[in-house]
Design a binder for this molecule. Structure first.
Ligand code: DNO
Length: 345
């Protein structure tokens, strides 16, 4: 296990030396942020990013994410061009020592929450999700909390129209096509790709989602058995679906989980939840059981404390403050140490 911390590059308000001060931290998870989706990340940009990390005593072995162009998800004839670009990005990542690339295959939208500042009784705040609030959103006129509004309303409408006839099956086939096409680059560069599950793990706005359940993960690994094809195990994403047994998923797929995002959720009712500090006692996700299942079943990947709260007056990028993620990292490092040494058996 290697403990890592997400760092949003030079624009992140958290300086690298602060991350280094968290004991047990081996490296950061980052990306090249200023190149549009579907273009090659210049090798120099990756080298510069790596150098900054190394100067702070941190590794840069995980990239989150290289975004997948929508034409690839849609299966359009232009996808082959964007796949070539993706392959080049993997090769460039390999050249600077990256070992794992996280990506997702969610159409149009990435993670979705309805409130970025859910107030806790103790004064902290965190992200939360309410089904009623979600139902009020209009995907064609959207101002989503945390969504970067990277499309103009016209572009968004055009894109949503393109997905009208894309079924779950089509999307899955397009994912398999993409993975089979990039595997030779992964083999050559010694890079694992690790798909991030859907967040939340169900279809939203009528758009299909295909990486939401244990069966979805199994199907994907079977369809593309190359060991460079693996998983990002995000407890906050899969855990939003009460139907997912996260301990079982950890047990079954431990060896193909190359990257674990450990995040705590507190269920309010059958659909709604808020995020919380990482400790098992702080919510509905059995973080201890998950770490135990991972360590006992051959997990040897990267871990990062995922979404934390804003505490101690911090007003950080939602989910990505320093303090609570640092506390989470220390808690998780302790759990892993005990379980890897077998003391907790
Ligand atoms: C949210 C993140 C996601 C994740 C992407 C991976 O906080 O976990 O945005 O980075 O889905 O491609």
């Amino acid at each position: 296990m290697k403990m890592t911390f997400r760092w949003y590059g030079e624009k992140d308000c958290i300086p690298l030396p602060f991350i280094k001060q968290i004991h047990g931290m081996t490296g950061v998870v980052t990306a090249v942020y200023d190149v549009p989706v579907g273009e090659v990340w210049p090798l120099e940009a990756l080298q510069k990013q790596k150098q900054m990390c190394e100067e702070a005593g941190l590794e840069m072995e995980v990239i989150e994410s290289i975004p997948v162009h929508e034409d690839i998800k849609l299966g359009l004839p232009t996808r082959d061009h964007y796949i070539e670009v993706y392959k080049q990005n993997i090769i460039n990542c390999g050249k600077v020592g990256v070992k794992c690339v996280c990506y997702n295959f969610m159409p149009v939208f990435d993670w979705l929450r309805t409130n970025l500042y859910f107030q806790h009784k103790d004064g902290a705040n965190s992200l939360s999700y309410s089904e009623d609030d979600f139902a009020k959103l209009d995907p064609r006129n959207l101002h989503l909390p945390g969504w970067d509004e990277s499309y103009s309303p016209e572009e968004l409408n055009e894109l949503l129209d393109k997905y009208k006839n894309v079924t779950r099956e089509d999307l899955f086939n397009n994912l398999v096509y993409f993975l089979n096409a990039i595997m030779p680059a992964c083999d050559a560069a010694c890079v694992n790709v690790a798909i991030h599950p859907d967040d939340p793990p169900w279809a939203v706005f009528g758009l299909p989602r295909i990486i939401s359940t244990e069966q979805d993960l199994e199907r994907l690994l079977e369809a593309v058995p190359n060991p460079h094809n693996g998983l990002t195990f995000c407890t906050g994403s899969l855990g939003a679906g009460r139907f997912n047994d996260l301990v079982r998923i950890s047990e079954r797929f431990a060896k193909r989980i190359y990257f674990a995002h450990l995040r705590q959720l507190n269920y309010i009712n059958d659909t709604d939840f808020y995020e919380n500090g990482h400790q098992t006692a702080s919510g509905s996700i059995d973080i201890y059981g998950i770490v135990k299942a991972l360590t006992e079943n051959g997990f040897d990947g990267y871990v990062r404390p995922d979404h934390g709260r804003n505490v101690w007056g911090e007003d950080a990028k939602p989910g990505y403050g320093l303090y609570d993620r640092a506390m989470g990292a220390c808690y998780l490092t302790g759990l892993f140490e005990a379980l890897e040494k077998g003391d907790a058996k």
